[in-house]
Unconditional design. Structure first.
Length: 399
């Protein structure tokens, strides 16, 4: 797709703001069809599917926020003139065509498209069948905004492909494809990595850990854990595992207090063999696979560690490399943890629920990347560009 000037892109987004407000009831009505057809066997997936007035407000806010952000395309990164008088300028440039594959959440159809478009990328949206009615309406609204401003509908396109067709499309794309972002669980990510023939940027699973140090403020620890676990169980930044240092003062009493507090919030507590000697009536981890699992439910594992080093080793082995937190009043210990835990976001005395574009000041996000190339963390507007070198000469040849 050709390069568009900032004014044209922003005019499309202004149109979209008006259209979303005008068609609020249409969007919610379409979403009700999806909700009625959903079997609710997966509560987290159902929660992500819901579009109500608040969710439409959030869609509108996301479009407005991106419209107000500076255009990320064509920014000068470096500019140097060599002794041979060649002027070499490195600038930001669009990826080209981005495919995002996602489950349930219709708001991704707004957030992913607005970010990709403002960064001058064409975007292909492969939403889940459970959100089909919602996504069809949202695609139609995007097309109205584009055509209202003299642009092709091809900038933002919903793909209607079954699993086998998606697999074939990944192997043999029928149009140029520059980047794929799978936004979902382990099965989806592995499916895309197995079949894709272009770059894949992984939006990883959660399975987030929190370590309570022997130097922790117990009140902070409990408050952070309750928030991280119960605030939104369907979030990929929700908490799944708590590791408690055995040297924590009043260790047995505090373990029991934590169990009671979690169960007051209807959280199912599962324990390792060591914690089981204190919480004798709790289910013990059946096998090692549980340590790798992202629950997306009111369920949590509590385990014991002997030291900070053991906590770091455990987190790096089992976590989804998304978010991890340490609760401690020792700043040196906190930095040690944050330097050595291999996660996209590491926290000191705070909830993992803040790993979110809006909460981290990035704005709307395409996903949370757990990859190390080309970016890690929230994929906001400024992360949806690559770079390009412009070399200006006057007849120079290499000798």
């Amino acid at each position: 797709m050709k390069l568009l000037n900032t004014e044209i892109k922003n005019n499309v987004l202004k149109s979209m703001l008006q259209i979303l407000e005008r068609e609020r009831k249409t969007i919610i009505t379409a979403n009700k069809k999806d909700l009625e057809a959903f079997q609710r066997e997966d509560q987290a997936l159902y929660d992500r599917l819901i579009v109500n007035d608040k969710k439409v407000d959030e869609m509108i806010a996301a479009v407005k926020a991106v419209m107000l952000q500076d255009d990320p395309v064509g920014r000068e990164i470096t500019n140097r003139t060599l002794p041979n008088k060649l002027n070499i300028v490195n600038t930001t440039a669009p990826f080209g065509t981005i495919l995002i594959i996602y489950e349930s959440r219709p708001d991704v159809t707004i957030e992913a498209a607005v970010l990709a478009f403002k960064a001058n990328n064409k975007i292909l949206l492969k939403g889940g069948k459970e959100a089909l009615n919602s996504n069809l309406v949202l695609e139609k609204l995007w097309h109205e905004a584009l055509q209202e401003n003299g642009l092709s509908k091809d900038w933002i396109k919903l793909l209607h492909l079954k699993r086998e067709e998606t697999q074939e499309f990944l192997k043999n794309p029928t149009e140029p494809l520059d980047l794929i972002v799978p936004r979902g669980g382990e099965r989806l990510i592995n499916f895309v990595k197995t079949h894709a023939t272009c770059a894949v940027l992984i939006s990883g699973r959660g399975n987030n850990f929190l370590y309570i140090s022997e130097h922790a403020d117990w009140g902070k620890a409990v408050n952070v854990i309750i928030n991280a676990k119960t605030h939104k169980i369907s979030g990929c930044n929700a908490l799944d595992k708590v590791l408690i240092d055995k040297n924590l003062p009043q260790y047995d009493t505090k373990v029991k207090m934590l169990q009671e507090k979690l169960e007051q919030h209807n959280v199912e507590v599962v324990v390792d063999q060591k914690i089981a000697t204190i919480l004798t009536d709790k289910e013990v981890i059946a096998n090692e696979e549980v340590w790798y699992e992202e629950f997306l439910a009111l369920k949590i594992v509590i385990g014991q560690v002997d030291s900070l080093d053991e906590a770091i080793e455990t987190i790096n082995k089992y976590s989804g490399k998304h978010s991890a937190s340490i609760i401690t009043e020792d700043k040196t210990e906190a930095l040690n943890f944050m330097h050595n835990v291999d996660s996209a976001a590491v926290y000191h005395n705070a909830s993992t629920r803040f790993t979110d574009g809006g909460q981290m000041g990035v704005g709307a996000e395409l996903a949370i990347s757990t990859d190390k190339l080309h970016h890690r963390g929230p994929l906001g507007l400024n992360q949806l560009v690559t770079n390009k070198y412009y070399i200006y000469g006057d007849g120079q040849v290499r000798v």
